[in-house]
Design a protein around this ligand. Sequence first.
Ligand SMILES: Nc1ncnc2c1ncn2[C@@H]1O[C@H](COP(=O)(O)OP(=O)(O)OP(=O)(O)O)[C@@H](O)[C@H]1O
Length: 210
Amino acid sequence: MSGVPAIAAEGAEVVLDGTTLLAPTTFSVMPGEFRCLTGSNGSGKTTLLRAFLGSRRPTGGAVLVRGEPADMTRHRQRRLLASLVEPVPVARDMTLREQVTLVAASWYGNTTTTAGRAEEIVGRLGLTALAERFPSQLSSGQLQLFNLALTLVRPADVVLLDEPERHLDTERVDLVVTLLTERARQGTAFLVATHEAVVVEACDGVVELG
Ligand SMILES: Nc1ncnc2c1ncn2[C@@H]1O[C@H](COP(=O)(O)OP(=O)(O)OP(=O)(O)O)[C@@H](O)[C@H]1O
């Protein structure tokens, strides 16, 4: 395991027009570590995740990806980091299978293994029977699983998730937790904002805000 954290915050703070969105926060997540981000409503979890993605600029301190200031305009960082924080754009006129395969192909190329990668994640998230449907034909929980499939099908050393449990029943939460734990064991670093006790129990440690 490399000594450089996959991601880190060093006194990261976000203040907007005199309002503190994120109080100074310091932590690191090592490769293969599954950390949860917890705290009450409004404590700054989404703001912190957005700081890594560049949609909220820290006004103090720093957020780092592999020791460098987070900057998702750099291709190298975009390749390292996948996220389900902002709404994922979906195509209304493409099936689930087509869209997950398209995302896989955009990162891995149109190789013989690409369709297999897409099929695997669709299966792991229990979406195989729905793979020929269009997004408008899904329930809220099924849409959330589809968004997770689009996020997890691509290569990533670090994955940021904002409340992945959203709209999911207990069985599906367990499914997602199992998948994240497995990916972490394979070396992926996770930072997961959550209010779900099952997710917190499964993770390696908590970053508590507020
Ligand atoms: N554009 C904005 N202007 C002012 N304050 C904002 C703005 N956006 C968010 N905030 C405030 O920033 C704080 C942090 O919000 P954030 O969404 O990061 O919290 P959170 O911990 O993710 O909350 P939740 O658990 O409810 O999802 C909140 O107090 C919120 O009211």
